[in-house]
Ligand binder design. Structure first.
Ligand SMILES: [Zn+2]
Length: 256
């Protein structure tokens, strides 16, 4: 009964969001259509919808981008360019802005920390419309964050979620410090502490271990979120990975 009513409501809810987006765009003055010129070796080829295969589930539109493995490869290649100061100009200009003004087809969802040193578009060297970002201190998720992921996964057909923790995260440091957290910071600290419950740090950098535990816990939280995300993972159309960003090196490494 619950499932039936949800499956009926889902396309209505996300359809309403999509309609609101279309209405918004319709009000804007129509911009001239300019073909994008994606730079060589960039994600653009894979970012463009590869086919118009019908999605079928949850009433999502029939647009299919790269699968999870392809998307992860694009992000990791971008990270290599970032590390080596070879960042691409593709997807960071007015052509791309105009190209995507009327609709988005991001290749990945990135859940990351608000920390100013970890801007995901730069870390993965991607541009406008390439990644759907849920960004909050400590890369934790509440219902609003989870709903954002559901929208991107089920309605925009994004097949990859990357939960990105980072070295020397202040929110994680606060969570393991035991110090009292003020005002709304408490909610962040408590969410991280909940993610760390039952974990035992080994010898070494306790903060760094907690960063990895926290990112992995959030990734599991996404994978097991019923009904939408769990169903997509079970169906093989959504992959969730956790990763750690190294502030010194600029590297993103997947966690086991
Ligand atoms: Zn952080």
């Amino acid at each position: 009964m619950r499932k039936l009513s949800f499956s009926l409501l889902f396309p209505l809810i996300f359809g309403a969001i999509a309609l609101a987006e279309e209405h918004h765009h319709a009000e804007a003055k129509a911009a001239p259509k300019v073909a994008s010129t994606p730079a060589a070796n960039h994600a653009a080829k894979a970012v463009a919808p590869a086919s118009a295969a019908a999605h079928g589930s949850h009433g999502a539109p029939a647009v299919q981008g790269p699968d999870a493995a392809q998307a992860l490869n694009i992000l990791m290649q971008g990270n290599q360019r970032f590390i080596n100061d070879l960042m691409d100009k593709g997807h960071k200009n007015s052509d791309r802005r105009i190209e995507i003004a009327k609709g988005q087809h991001p290749i990945a969802i990135v859940v990351c920390c608000s920390d100013s040193r970890v801007p995901p578009e730069q870390v993965f060297d991607v541009g406008l419309g390439d990644i759907f970002v849920v960004r909050v201190a400590g890369n934790v998720l509440d219902s609003i964050g989870m709903g954002s992921i559901e929208y991107a996964a089920a309605h925009l057909n994004v097949q990859l979620v990357v939960v990105l923790g980072h070295e020397r995260c202040g929110a994680v440091t606060a969570a393991i410090s035991g110090d009292p957290a003020p005002a709304h910071v408490l909610a962040i600290v408590e969410a991280i502490q909940q993610n760390l419950a039952g974990t035992t740090p080994a010898a070494g950098d306790a903060v760094d271990q907690a960063v990895c535990f926290n990112a992995s816990a959030v990734a599991r939280q996404v994978s097991s979120s019923a009904p939408i995300l769990k169903d997509l993972v079970t169906a093989g159309t959504l992959k969730v990975v956790a990763a750690r960003y190294d502030l010194d090196e600029g590297t993103v490494k997947l966690l086991p």
